[in-house]
Design a protein around this ligand. Structure first.
Ligand code: ADP
Ligand code: MG
Length: 290
């Protein structure tokens, strides 16, 4: 294997991903969609269509808890590129932004691949799914070179297959949901994607209240419940990523119900009075190292 060639191919792929999904590149596919007016078809790559289909499917399954059109609200709460405030917006501003949110206002055309928004001001934020998607793209590239033992990670989202350099199955540590670097649990995996969504890294505090970067599109406000983190396993890291965010928004009870319905291995860490508690589906327990 030519390591340099693989390294260069991965670099090229990452640049290509940015050219599709970055909001910091003016003519990326995502930026062109975000700048478009209502009812204008924006030509995109086939891969972008796949990603939008997966995103919308997760929105439907989670009844709107997951929604990539949440961008105007993410911006309002200071977690987007718009500005970085740490002020709590007025309910009036929240209401105005909520009128711009809704995955049902997105239209997909398969041939030629194109996307359209049905209302002006719709703004997509792919942060909750793009890392998982990127991990899958890189894993595909590695597989296409006939390599079947690897671990790919972007910002905590992972695809792991085969064995590690010591010829042993991959062991993945799930972080404790605090500022320490402690490991809460270790799982053994052979060929899966793993994604975690939590409020312990990206948030702001005002008057003793913690505001998460995960927004509930149904209320227009940061989630406020006792979930500290959610980890989801799925063969597609993109799907795991989207569901981790979706279940985080839904909270423990509804999130667990959806996880069972979808047969997903899911691991919740919830905040309790005196520390953290774990809740997991039976399918997740099967991955835990003894
Ligand atoms: P992380 O980025 O820490 O891995 P997530 O995958 O949960 O965490 O993505 C969170 C990001 O997704 C937020 O910073 C925001 O940009 C966006 N987002 C926030 N709320 C939602 C939501 N309900 N549905 C989809 N995306 C969201
Ligand atoms: Mg996510």
């Amino acid at each position: 294997m030519d390591q340099n060639a693989l390294h260069n191919d991965i670099k090229t792929l990452l640049a290509d991903i940015n050219q599709k999904m970055s909001i910091y590149i003016d003519d990326s596919e995502l930026s062109r969609l975000n700048q478009a007016v209502a009812n204008e078809w924006i030509t995109v790559s086939r891969e972008m269509i796949d990603l939008f289909r997966a995103a919308i499917s997760t929105s439907e399954k989670s009844k709107g808890a997951f929604d990539i059109t949440v961008g105007p609200l993410v911006n309002l709460w200071g977690f987007g590129p718009e500005h970085n405030q740490s002020d709590v917006p007025s309910q009036d501003d929240v209401r105005k932004r909520m009128a711009l949110v809704g995955y049902q206002h997105l239209k997909i055309q398969a041939e030629p691949p194109a996307l359209q928004k049905e209302i002006d001001g719709l703004y997509c934020d792919l942060s909750a799914i793009a890392k998982g998607w990127g991990v899958d793209r890189i894993a595909d590239l590695i597989e296409s070179r006939n390599l079947h033992n690897y671990l790919v990670e972007i910002g905590g989202e992972i695809r792991a297959k085969g064995v590690n350099a010591k010829n042993a199955p991959w062991r993945i540590g799930i972080s404790a949901p605090d500022q320490t670097s402690a490991i809460q649990r270790v799982i053994h995996v052979k060929d899966v994607g793993i994604a975690t969504s939590g409020d312990y890294r990206n948030y702001f505090e005002k008057d003793g209240i913690r505001y998460s970067h995960t927004i509930d599109p149904r209320t227009g406000r940061p989630i406020a419940h006792n979930v500290a983190s959610v980890t989801v396993i799925h063969k597609s890291c993109m799907v795991a990523d989207a569901y981790a965010t979706a279940l985080n928004v839904l909270g423990l009870e509804q999130g667990m119900a959806l996880a069972e319905e979808e047969n997903l291995p899911v691991f919740f860490i919830v905040k309790e009075k005196d520390g953290f508690a774990e809740k997991m589906t039976a399918r997740f327990a099967a991955y835990i190292a003894n």
